[in-house]
Ligand binder design. Structure first.
Ligand SMILES: [Zn+2]
Length: 242
């Protein structure tokens, strides 16, 4: 695919978006306080006009500039591979969940064994990235649902969590995106997601609080009922018997 010339030019010149001073102050404060603007990841319509290889090349060039501006010697053997390495990691790993092509395929199976209780998959480890500081958010996700007559493989639950984690994120949005996707995939309203995470932008900089973690939750359908919520929380707190 031939990339759009104007898009390519704007990306090369880095002038895709300009703030005036006032807007910048407000945006700065919103980011530091982790204020969320939209439940959808704010992507442009032309987000995937450039292919992955070209994106890696462009990000590599810009990252080299950042390192250069910091005063680092890019001819040093230890540093010279870093721009390309970071660019490749962005596209192929930690931000690969931006591209809908990387969304895990969902195969539904019939619930032959008529299991009608809640199913909980807990302690799913996830790594994401704070979209306000571009440093890691990591923690555990707990997922639960009641089957609508259909089930999906347990590993798919992990894959949905990983897919949405691999984006620049805000924890509330990440939690909601996983919840909404599970409702779609499982064809039921009866879904819950709880996420408990550490934010390196809170622990390693800013207020430097190393103890606090952030909990977000998505409760839908039957999980809006207090007794169902309480049952789920009991399972999440239960020590794994192995
Ligand atoms: Zn942050």
């Amino acid at each position: 695919m031939k990339p759009n010339e104007t898009l390519l030019k704007s990306l090369l010149n880095g002038n895709g978006h300009k703030n005036n001073g006032h807007h910048h102050d407000l945006a700065d404060e919103m980011g530091d306080e982790h204020i969320l603007t939209d439940l959808n990841t704010p992507l442009r319509a032309d987000a995937f006009e450039l292919d992955d290889e070209l994106k890696i090349e462009l990000i590599g060039k810009h990252f080299e500039q950042i390192m250069h501006i910091l005063g680092l010697d890019l001819t040093d053997d230890s540093l010279k591979g870093t721009p390309h390495r970071v660019a490749k990691m962005y596209i192929k790993e930690i931000f690969s969940g931006l591209n809908p092509q990387n969304k895990p395929a969902m195969t539904l199976f019939d619930n032959h064994y008529n299991y009608e209780q809640m199913l909980v998959e807990k302690n799913i480890t996830f790594y994401s990235t704070c979209e306000h500081h571009f440093v890691p958010i990591f923690g555990k996700a707990h997922i639960a649902y009641f089957s609508s007559g259909k089930v999906i493989g347990l590993s798919k639950l992990n894959r949905i969590v990983q897919y949405f984690s691999k984006r620049p994120q805000v924890q509330e949005r990440l939690t909601n995106q996983i919840g909404e996707e599970l409702k779609n995939a499982l064809q039921t309203e009866d879904v819950a997601v709880i996420m408990d995470a550490y934010h390196l932008c809170v622990s390693s900089r800013g207020v430097q609080d190393t103890n606090s973690s952030t909990v977000t939750a998505f409760f839908s359908g039957k999980f809006e009922k207090e007794s169902t919520k309480a049952e789920l929380l009991k399972y999440v707190e239960m020590k794994t018997g192995i």
